[in-house]
Design a binder for this molecule. Sequence first.
Ligand code: SAM
Length: 226
Amino acid sequence: MGKIRFSRKTFIRTFLVMKNDSPYVSKLYGRKKSRSLNTHSQYILKNILPKYKLDDESILTIGDNIEFEIGFGYGEHLLWQALNNKNKMFIGAEPFISGAINLIKEVNQKQIKNIRISTEDAINILDSMADYCLSSIYILFPDPWPKRRHHKRRLINPNNIDKFHRVLKKSGKILIASDHKGYIHSIIIDLIGYVRKVLILQKSHTRQHIQNTKRKPSKMTKTQSI
Ligand SMILES: C[S@@+](CC[C@H](N)C(=O)[O-])C[C@H]1O[C@@H](n2cnc3c(N)ncnc32)[C@H](O)[C@@H]1O
């Protein structure tokens, strides 16, 4: 990755992130449904998907070591993870139906028990999750939306970083991969902006907490400190 330069524009953007004045919209863009599904695909969606479907109830009951892949494409990574980490539970969201069908077929053929699949927008799923419930989030090669006027469509943006943070455990991790230099740059800027915002909030919270708990030292404390 090349050297990252912080321009004036970058600072303004970081400031906006900190103020949470971001222009990002919560809407799903990109490929979703194939125009017409053949009968086999329709059969898979109707009869096989329900066995592996992530629904509101399963989010609550599938354990406390859950990893979430957002936009799994054809599902190769999720499948590999589930096969190699049988003690963990994996959930994946992919609205691109042909990709989801591919994963459902594989999971069914291999009788994999530790994957739940959704064809919904991952952001809606995140919103329905409890705080601190995920061990990891994977976002691999998200659509870079290279045109400037499409940047607001990017999945990794300040609004969504806030959502990732809310659902991740304290020791949780987020793994992001991208081969688009401009997107990587914007992700780093957004993360820096977010971390600064959190630190400032924590600092003012701590200050307020100290003020609230500040009491006159007791006689005992006075004696001890002499
Ligand atoms: C460029 S593809 C990458 C797919 C896969 N991760 C890979 O590395 O091959 C990005 C994927 O993210 C999915 N995606 C975009 N926004 C999403 C969202 N809000 N929820 C779930 N998936 C999303 C798209 O449908 C698309 O298949």
